[in-house]
Design a protein around this ligand. Structure first.
Ligand SMILES: [Zn+2]
Length: 107
């Protein structure tokens, strides 16, 4: 399990894997709606691919397309085990009043 801290109540929580929830998961302490930070999800994937694709090309003499497929597949398998614990958690505001389209309009 990945132990992280809730951004709202700061309690240590075991965040579920990205595959285990759809839009968000609920903090067991403060019941806040949490999800992994999308920027971190993208940056780690991009970093992993740009770091390891050239390594495979040079070390194993792979062509760039094969190397990228191998790296993306490795990332897919390793992310839940090794990488997701580094993603920051963010608190989602699910209250309907915070949605811009629901705010009262003045004519
Ligand atoms: Zn919490």
């Amino acid at each position: 399990m990945n132990t992280q801290h809730c951004p709202q109540c700061r309690h240590p929580i075991s965040a579920p894997s990205l595959r285990q929830y759809d839009d968000y998961f609920i903090c067991p302490h403060c019941h806040g709606a949490l999800s992994h930070n999308e920027t971190d999800i993208m940056m780690y994937a991009l970093g992993f691919i740009t770091l390891f694709t050239p390594v495979l090309m040079m070390a194993a003499g792979m062509n760039i397309f094969i190397a990228m497929v191998v790296v993306m597949l490795s990332y897919h398998l390793l992310r839940p085990v090794l990488i997701e614990r580094f993603f920051r958690l963010r608190l989602l505001d699910l209250s309907p009043l915070s949605q811009p389209e629901n705010q009262p309009t003045s004519d």
